[in-house]
Design a binder for this molecule. Structure first.
Ligand code: KG4
Ligand code: ZN
Length: 338
């Protein structure tokens, strides 16, 4: 009999549901929350309320697009951690209710691990062990993935995440949230060598982005008429900042690949949608003879497809969760303990 899983993702500002059958994604529905744009960032309480409004239509659409009925599901999966606690609770409670009322097993999934597993959704797939640079709005990690159940973090950010560096730069430039995609668009029109921003001298494989943010803040403060300066040089500033974020990421990834000797290398997380990062990653791969992998766009940013795929691997090991499992806002450092 086939294994069918309904998965729900609600860790931040996207409400998403997906159905997978024997590990193949049949549907992946996402409702984005535009409400946060006017506040310049995600407002946790508004995110929770929007999840409550979106969750039934999104789950219904995912089931119907997949041509499946709830009663035929082998498991219900949900994002357990990390994320905004109020947002996680909406998805977790909904998944638990479906599980209890239909007598279907429950599977709790770690969001960061799912961003890595997203590389196993489409062909071609990396061979184990592979390295993944996971870059999202809240996290930046270099992880060795030994098999679908075994992960080891070998580098991570000590302060801001790469996505935060994009979003906070955008805020300083007066651009709306989320700034990452806009900086990407404007960077294509600018000169990445026009301005120079610092790269932190941090030993090992860890990252730091808070110094870059401060450098950009002072750089803008020093200009006499800030608004005029930004208007004149917006594209060049975006290109220069993006180029620096990308080189910081690529230098550490290259170091990690050299130290581990691993040749199958992946990207994951929302920032892997960035065109400059994708280009630099593929070029670095060619230079070093890596086999490079990037999930398709729909599986880069937050989505339930990656939660469904992760849950499928947990299902194969009968790794179910008790009905009283409580979601957690915090990062699960071991990644594979959920
Ligand atoms: O993985 P994700 O969707 O959510 C989290 O788990 O945090 O990542 C969201 C982050 C945001 O910071 C957003 O600005 C960034 O991904 N992002 C981008 C691009 N698309 C999304 N950053 C740079 N360029 C992009 N094209
Ligand atoms: Zn994410």
């Amino acid at each position: 009999m086939s294994v069918k899983i309904l998965a729900i993702e609600s860790s931040c500002d996207e409400t998403s549901a997906a159905v997978c059958c024997d590990g193949l994604i049949l549907s992946n529905t996402v409702a984005s929350q535009a409400i946060h744009q006017r506040y310049g960032g995600v407002v946790p309480e508004l995110a929770s309320r929007a999840h409550v409004q979106n969750i039934i239509p999104v789950v219904t659409a995912a089931l119907s697009e997949a041509g499946c009925r709830l009663s035929n599901m082998s498991a219900i999966a949900f994002t357990h951690s990390p994320g905004l606690i109020g947002a996680l609770l909406v998805g977790a409670q909904f998944a638990k209710s479906l599980s209890m009322t239909n007598g279907i097993p429950l599977i709790a999934v770690d969001h960061m691990r799912a961003h890595i597993i997203a590389n196993l959704i489409d062909e071609p797939k990396p061979a184990f062990p592979f390295l993944c640079l996971t870059v999202s709005g809240g996290h930046t990690q270099i992880v060795i993935c030994r098999d679908p159940w075994e992960f080891e973090i070998i580098g991570e950010t000590l302060d801001d995440a790469a996505g935060e560096a994009f979003d906070k730069t955008a805020k300083l430039l007066g651009l709306p949230y989320p700034g990452g995609p806009l900086i990407d668009r404007y960077a294509k029109l600018g000169d990445p060598n026009r301005f120079s921003f610092p790269e932190p001298r941090l030993p090992g494989l860890d990252f730091s982005f808070s110094g870059l943010k401060t450098a950009i803040m002072y750089f803008l403060q020093k200009r006499g008429n800030r608004e005029d300066f930004i208007e004149t040089y917006l594209y060049d500033i975006c290109a220069s900042v993006q180029s620096r974020i990308v080189t910081i990421l690529m230098h550490k990834l290259e170091k990690a690949a050299k130290e581990t000797g691993i040749k199958d290398i992946c990207l994951g997380g929302g920032v892997s949608a960035n065109s400059g990062l994708r280009r630099a990653f593929n070029l670095l791969g060619e230079k070093n003879n890596w086999n490079t992998f990037i999930p398709s766009f729909q599986y880069c940013t937050d989505n339930a497809g990656m939660i469904a795929k992760s849950a499928y691997y947990k299902f194969l090991r009968h790794d179910f969760s008790p009905i009283n499992v409580v979601p957690s806002a915090r990062v699960n450092l071991q990644l594979n303990k959920v």
